[in-house]
Every structure is written in C-alpha cells, then in structure tokens.
Design a protein around this ligand. Structure first.
Ligand code: NAD
Length: 335
C-alpha cells in the first residue's frame, strides 16, 4: 500500500478518492504544493498534485530529501513540473494523459455557444421578468470558419463537434495528423489560421514555445471581430495584449476557462474578498468576455476516469511497473 499526500484537495477529490478505500493510504491537504508546504509530504511515498501546484526544482529537492519518490498528477498537462529536476533527483512523474477529451471539447463549445447566443444574459433577463430581445442578437456557428491550434486528443474531439455544426475547420499543429486531413481538416501555417478564423480555439500544451503564442502581434493578425477561446493553459495568452485588443474592438469576443494568473484565484471562493488582480477584474466587466474557472475537465464521467487512472498509476508505482502514463525529460529530449 503506497502512502500518498494529496495537495490542492477539493471536496470532490476527497469524495472520489475516499471511495477507493483499502488500495492505498491517503492524506488530503487543501494547500497547494510549493516550497513552503512541501514538508507536509514527510513520511509519504508519493504526492498527488493538480494544475496549480508548483513542482519546481526546490520542491523536487525537498521531496527527495523527505523520501518521496512519486509525483502523480490528477490532470493531463505537466507544465508545472520540473521534469529535469525530477530526473536528477530520481522521482517518477505520472499523469492522466487522457481521461475524457470530450469533456474539455464540450466545455469549449459551451463557452462559444454562450457568447454567440448570449444565453447567460437571456437567463438573467427572463428571471427578472424582462422578455425583450433587445441586444440579444447573436450569430450562427454554421458556415463559420473555426481555427484549431493543437489537434491532439482534445483538439480532435472539438473538431468532431464543430463539424457537426457545419463549420469549416482550419488547423495548425506542430505535428499535423494525416487522418484529420482525410476528414476535411485544412492544415495551414499558424498565421494563415489566425487570419482566416472567425473563432480560434487553443488546444495545445503550454511549453516554452507556446508561451504567449497569442500576443499583440498575433492578435493583430486575427480577423476583426473574431472570438478567441482558451480552454488549454492561461499562459498561452498574453492577457494585457488581449485586454488592449478588446478595448480597441479588434478582438470581438473572449472565452477563457484558464487564466495566466489563475493560481491566485481559481478553485477558491473569494466572493467576500477584494479581487486584487486588476486584469481579471477588468475582463469580468467586458460584456463580450466569458470566464469560467478551469472547469473544462469537471464532469462526473471524467472525475471517475481521473480517479481510476490515478489509482492505476499508484499501483504501477508501488509495484515498480513501467507505465505509459509516465512523463520524463528523456521522452521530451529535454534532459
Ligand atoms: P495532446 O497532447 O493530445 O494534444 C496536444 C497537441 O498540441 C498535439 O497534437 C501536439 O502536437 C500539439 N502541439 C504541441 N506543441 C505545439 C505547438 N508549438 N504548436 C501547435 N501545436 C502544438 O493534449 P490534449 O489532451 O489534447 O490536451 C491539450 C491541452 O489541454 C493540455 O496540454 C492541457 O493544457 C489542456 N487541458 C485543459 C483542461 C481543462 O480543464 N480546461 C483539461 C485537460 C487538458
């Protein structure tokens, strides 16, 4: 039985993992994992972390000194883990590479549909007895051109959805997928996708190369009035440039499930506090901006998958088996 310390625990993590009693031993900490909190992992074989835990070299070193030998992510993205340091200090890193790509893809489409048809405004209006349609005029997805950046698991699930809407799909990926070309997806270079898309949806990982891929220059290349959708990672987008573009009325709509500085805000109820992040405070005031707090993954079905696969990762760690869910700097040629 492996002893695992969970960080960034939410009530729903407890609910799903506590039901698996007996297989491994868990302790749940609400705090995020960072240098100041790493000591909590003392006496544990592994830590289980989420998107905003910061597992940098300092943390890895501390974990190794405490005898921890596993960092298990309850998510797919692993940009918050220093894989070189994990390799150096002999710590295995495992993740949940795919649980339900459709969950995130469907959330991206929910954001698009909400902004396109203003259902969030209509909902509030009708509850107040206001049945007027003034300013609720939207736009149809059918016939529009949708640009998809990153055609991996979530990008492909998203493409399947938008094809059902009768939209044209343009795509950019560092490693294009030939099978998608046969399905009518047009791969173009990044700038061409920017210039021709009515809606641009980001589905690539955060890497040094993709950091701020949406910035002042690339925003200027987008169609006037286009919609930008980010359900991937906040740091793909330079928030100050996006605010500027929205204010200049060049970018028409923004839908985000992730935010550059989300670790200070997301997954917490701050409704009684002053929000000190001026950029998100400003974005919240824009009528053409929709923000959700990293809930793309959050469906009953995907939580079940995340729990199942994470438990398998703990089993493989305990028995010393190799795992396809392992990530390391060798496989990324970055050691
Ligand atoms: P994936 O690995 O299956 O696909 C990523 C794709 O991006 C690949 O096809 C890859 O070739 C491409 N890519 C890599 N570098 C690129 C670059 N420089 N330019 C263009 N394309 C590039 O990953 P996935 O499962 O589809 O997940 C995509 C991202 O979604 C994850 O990295 C994660 O950040 C995010 N995500 C968000 C949520 C959420 O709740 N909002 C949940 C899960 C994943």
């Amino acid at each position: 039985m492996a002893k695992i310390a969970f960080f960034s625990t939410q009530p729903y993590d407890r609910q799903f993992f506590e039901n698996t009693a007996g297989r491994h031993e868990f302790e749940f900490f609400e705090t995020r994992l960072r240098s100041r909190t790493a000591n909590l992992a003392s006496g544990f074989d592994g830590v289980c972390v989420f998107v905003n835990d910061k597992v940098d070299e300092d943390v890895i070193k501390l974990l190794q000194q405490l005898g921890v030998r596993l960092v298990a992510l309850r998510c797919a993205g692993f940009n918050n883990i220093d894989l070189r340091a994990a390799n150096k200090y002999g710590i295995r890193v495992m993740r949940v590479p795919a649980y339900l790509p459709e969950a995130v893809a469907e959330h991206a489409m929910a954001l698009i549909m909400t902004l396109a048809r203003k259902t969030h405004k209509a909902y509030n209006r009708v509850r107040e007895g206001n049945f007027s349609l003034t300013r609720l005029n939207g736009f149809t997805i059918h016939g529009k051109t949708i640009g998809v950046i990153g055609t991996g698991k979530i990008g492909q699930a998203f493409i399947n959805i938008v094809k059902g809407f009768g939209a044209r799909v343009l795509a950019y990926d560092k490693y294009p997928d030939d099978s998608l070309k046969e399905k009518g997806v047009d791969y173009l270079d990044f700038d061409q996708v920017l210039a021709n898309s009515d809606i641009l949806s980001l589905h690539c990982p955060l890497t040094p190369e993709t950091h701020h891929m949406i910035n002042r220059d690339t925003l200027a290349k987008m169609k006037q009035g286009a919609m930008l959708v980010n359900t991937s990672r906040g740091k793909l987008v330079d928030t100050s440039s996006v605010i500027e573009s929205l204010k200049n009325e060049h970018l028409g709509f923004l839908a985000i499930d992730v935010y550059e500085e989300e670790e200070k805000l997301f997954f917490r109820d701050l409704s009684d506090l002053i929000i000190r992040d001026d950029q998100i405070a400003q974005l919240i005031t824009f009528p053409n901006v929709l923000i959700t707090a990293h809930q793309g993954f959050f469906t009953r079905e995907s939580m079940e998958e995340i729990t199942r696969i994470t438990l398998e990762n703990f089993d493989d760690f305990e028995t010393g088996r190799s795992s396809e869910n392992e990530v390391n700097c060798q496989m990324l040629n970055d050691c």
